[in-house]
Ligand binder design. Sequence first.
Ligand SMILES: Nc1ncnc2c1ncn2[C@@H]1O[C@H](COP(=O)(O)OP(=O)(O)OP(=O)(O)O)[C@@H](O)[C@H]1O
Length: 254
Amino acid sequence: MAGETGTPGAVVAEAVGLGKVHGSGSAAVVALDGVSARFRRGEFTAVMGPSGSGKSTLLHCLAGLDTPSSGSARVGGVDLGSLDDDGLTALRRERIGFVFQSFNLLPTLTAAENILLPLSLGRKRPDRAWVDRVVEVMGLGDRLDHRPAELSGGQQQRVACARAVVTRPDIVVADEPTGNLDSRSGARVLALLAECSRQWGQAVLMVTHDPAAAAYADRVLFLADGRVVDEMPYPTADSVLDRMRRFDDEQVRG
Ligand SMILES: Nc1ncnc2c1ncn2[C@@H]1O[C@H](COP(=O)(O)OP(=O)(O)OP(=O)(O)O)[C@@H](O)[C@H]1O
C-alpha cells in the first residue's frame, strides 16, 4: 500500500459521491450532496465556500472523524467505511495528520511530548533528523520544554502542525489552521503546510476563509450547498477574492 501511494502525483485520498445528512426528519440538514474529489501526493488543496457549505464536514469525512451518509471516503486506497473502530484508529494515526483551529494540545505535556505523541501512541521510534527538521521549520527549538499554557497561540498552533506531520502521514487535513493567529504566525503555519506538500510529498487539505491563505495552495476547491461548484488551479489572493465576489453576485442574482 505504501508503494501505491508513494509515487508523486498518486491519489492518496478520495471522496467518491460523498453525501452527509446531519440529523433526521424535519431537522435533517444536507451538509454534503455528492462530492467527488481526488487529493494527490505533493498537492496542497484549499477548500473554500460560504459558511455552512460543508467544508468541515468534507474534511471530517475524509479524515475518518465523521461517517458519510452515502458515497465513500478513501485514504491510501482504503474505504474508511470498511474499517472497524480499531482499523480506523490505526489508519488515522498512521496515515492522517490533523490541525484544528483550536490546537487540541494536551495541557500536561510539554511541546516536545505533544509533538511526539502520535509516535508514542503508535509505539514508533522517532526519526531524529525528521523531528529536528520539523521543529526547525516551525521555529520551536527554544520552546520544546514549555507546556501549552506557556506558549502563545501561534506557538501552540505550530506545535499542533509539527504533531500533525511527525508521522509523515499520507494526508494532512487542516481546518482553518490560521483562523486564530496573527499574520506572522499564520504565515509560518502556511509555509509549513506548503513545505509538507512540496518538499515532503504529502497531500495537504486545508479549509480557509482567507484568500491570502488559499494563495499558498496549488488549487482551490469551492463548495456551495454541499457541492463542488468550481476549482481554481494556481490561485493568487486576488484571483480567489475575485472568484468569491462573483459567487456573491451570482447568489444575489440567483
Ligand atoms: N453535528 C451537526 N448536526 C447538525 N447539523 C450539522 C452538524 N454539523 C454541521 N451541520 C450543518 O451542516 C452544514 C455544513 O456544516 P459545515 O460545518 O461542514 O460547514 P462549513 O462550510 O465548514 O461552515 P463554516 O465555514 O461556518 O465553518 C451546516 O448547515 C451545518 O449547520
